[in-house]
Design a protein around this ligand. Structure first.
Ligand code: 5GP
Length: 219
């Protein structure tokens, strides 16, 4: 949830409510908001320290962060290291099938249409992003992928895939939204998901999985 703070800043409040499958499934994951706020803040700080420009300004409370006000590009930018979720379903692959190289995909951010996959040419033809902006988005997403993969590997977690959103500010394109177990697939040493898939697939231990990710991110 976003609140306007000043002309240039927003306050993001992280809730415990969870949705999946385009909001057809709804529930509450107690403590999720706190985890997602702290994980996102830690990851934005880590990425900024490695030269990625983000909308993050500061953590304000357990469930709130202050961010720069940006104009969000209507794109979900997804980077995959293994086939999972919608990609595995689309091509009839087993969950976790390795990919030869990291795969970058774009979806149009549009709930009514179910966030359909969109190709780069369509992004440009529809004017959703300019050519230079799209290049920045692609380059940044791949670099964020390298950085996050290494970050989680050091903590015994495998980053399977993740979704990013970007926003415009002046002439710049900044990493925006959140980076949390809601927007990533993370597997532990046994290949057990510690992310929103536990909620999506009714695997149980959802709260515990989110807390474990927080423990490892901060630890
Ligand atoms: P998939 O396309 O396989 O469902 O998702 C790929 C990755 O992007 C997963 O880590 C998933 O959590 C994330 N993702 C894709 N779409 C959305 C979305 O609309 N909301 C959120 N929170 N994450 C998404």
């Amino acid at each position: 949830m976003l609140y306007r703070e000043g002309p240039d800043t927003l306050r993001v409040y992280f809730k415990d409510e969870a949705t999946a499958f385009n909001a057809q499934k709804r529930g509450v994951i107690p403590g999720k908001g706190v985890v997602n706020n702290k994980v996102s803040a830690a990851l934005f700080r880590y990425l900024e320290a490695h030269g990625i420009r983000t909308h993050f300004l500061e953590e304000v409370s357990e469930r709130e962060m202050r961010v720069r006000r940006v104009e969000i590009l209507p794109l979900e930018v997804i980077l995959r290291f293994r086939a999972a979720g919608s990609f595995a379903r689309r091509y009839g692959l087993g969950e976790g099938t390795p990919l030869k190289a990291p795969l970058l995909e774009f979806s149009l951010k549009n709930d009514a249409l179910g966030d359909p996959l969109i190709c780069e040419n369509a992004v440009l033809a529809l004017g959703l992003a300019g050519e230079e902006e799209l290049e920045t988005v692609k380059r940044t997403a791949l670099r964020v992928g390298e950085l996050l993969k290494a970050f989680f590997a050091e903590r015994g977690l495998e980053l399977v895939d993740f979704k990013l959103e970007f926003g415009r500010l002046g002439g710049e394109v900044l990493l925006a939204d959140e980076i949390s177990p809601d927007t990533m697939r993370l597997w532990d040493e046994k290949g057990e998901p510690l992310d929103k898939d536990r909620f999506r697939k009714d695997l149980g231990g959802v709260e515990e999985a989110y807390q474990e990710v927080l423990r490892r991110v901060l630890g």
